[in-house]
Design a protein around this ligand. Structure first.
Ligand SMILES: C[S@@+](CC[C@H](N)C(=O)[O-])C[C@H]1O[C@@H](n2cnc3c(N)ncnc32)[C@H](O)[C@@H]1O
Length: 321
């Protein structure tokens, strides 16, 4: 879970799309969806945010509860080590206040939650439930929910712009990290520069440095032509813009800095793969419907749109008995 733990511990964002176009994904129709659900939740209810990350949805539920005097009791579970409780001061005070009042359960899987049978009124999840092993997590959700309680989720869907965009990002990353591709050549160049500068040499009159540099430039030009799709170009340009400063002003430290950046990119690649793998499609939605009904739920699914673009599929499941 390093790919999630590092993300949640190095961002002050509460959700996982803070760096992208959908950083505002708890607004508009998505916000209204969650507000409708919270409005119908009785006072003093126990609510659990499943696969919470830094707790964007748990915070939304807490703040809704405070402003409507619902006094919710809120928990948040995530398989990674989210660690927000240890760094509350890095968040704005209104958010820190909400986070301090949420019981976070790190390193906790939806498939095996530390809650009593029939102890929760509402289970909520945004881009989270679908990451779990659904055949096991649904049994656990049914166990933890009271009769009449609801399991509500907004899930990734293969038709959504988010998933299509992630696929473009993943293609770019796979290409950057391909055998003897941009990543390998860049690190070879910077390792050579580090050794050379360490011995008091100069990169300007070093033939090998110039050759490696030319090779890397050719690869970058080739990659630019390779990514004809506008989404892929955006991803490629954004990665390149982080690396080029180290190549324009090569120092002994450039190798270390770039290695750290590439490591972060490998974790990013892992998160994108997770997301694409977790995304629902028609077949998975049908299987989920059948599994929920087998576990005593009544369920409905609706595609979720923002600004005319599909951003996922919303599910409301009610535990009948
Ligand atoms: C897309 S992120 C969470 C998004 C968050 N709910 C939000 O609104 O931004 C997916 C999360 O699922 C967590 N996760 C993956 N598998 C899990 C599981 N089986 N149980 C609990 N959490 C899981 C990951 O650690 C990660 O934090």
């Amino acid at each position: 879970m390093e790919h999630w733990t590092r993300y949640w511990n190095t961002t002050n964002a509460l959700n996982s799309f803070a760096e992208g176009e959908y950083s505002t994904n708890y607004q508009g129709d998505i916000l209204h969806f969650w507000e409708r659900i919270l409005k119908d939740t009785p006072q003093h209810s126990t609510i659990i945010d499943l696969a919470s990350g830094n707790g964007a949805l748990a915070v939304l539920a807490y703040q809704y509860g405070v402003s409507h005097r619902y006094n919710f009791n809120i928990h948040a579970v995530d398989a990674s080590d989210v660690g927000v409780a240890g760094r509350l001061t890095s968040f704005p005070s209104s958010v820190a206040d909400a986070l301090a009042n949420i019981a976070f359960h790190s390193n906790t899987f939806i498939e095996n939650m530390p809650f009593d049978d029939a102890s929760a009124d509402l289970l909520i999840s945004q881009y989270g439930l679908e990451y779990s092993e659904l055949n096991r997590s649904l049994i656990e959700c049914a166990r933890v929910l009271k009769a009449g309680g609801r399991l509500c989720a907004l899930m990734h869907h293969t038709d959504s712009v988010i998933v299509k965009d992630s696929k473009a990002g993943l293609r770019v990353l796979e290409h950057l990290f391909a055998k003897n591709g941009f990543h390998t050549q860049c690190m070879a160049l910077l390792a050579h520069a580090r050794d050379l500068l360490g011995k008091g040499g100069s990169i300007h009159d070093d033939a090998l440095f110039q050759t490696l540099n030319k090779q890397l430039l050719d690869t970058a030009k080739h990659d630019i032509d390779h990514f004809s799709d506008s989404n892929e170009r955006l991803w490629f340009d954004s990665f390149l813009s982080k690396i080029t400063p180290f190549l324009y002003r090569v120092s002994q430290d450039s190798h270390r800095c770039c290695a750290q950046y590439f490591h972060d990119l490998t974790l990013y690649r892992h998160r994108l793969k997770d997301q694409i793998h977790a995304s629902m499609d028609h077949r998975k939605v049908t299987a989920l419907r059948v599994a929920l009904m087998a576990n005593g739920f009544e369920v409905s699914f609706t595609p979720m749109y923002m600004d005319g673009n599909q951003v996922g599929i919303a599910m409301i499941a009610i535990k009948l008995s």
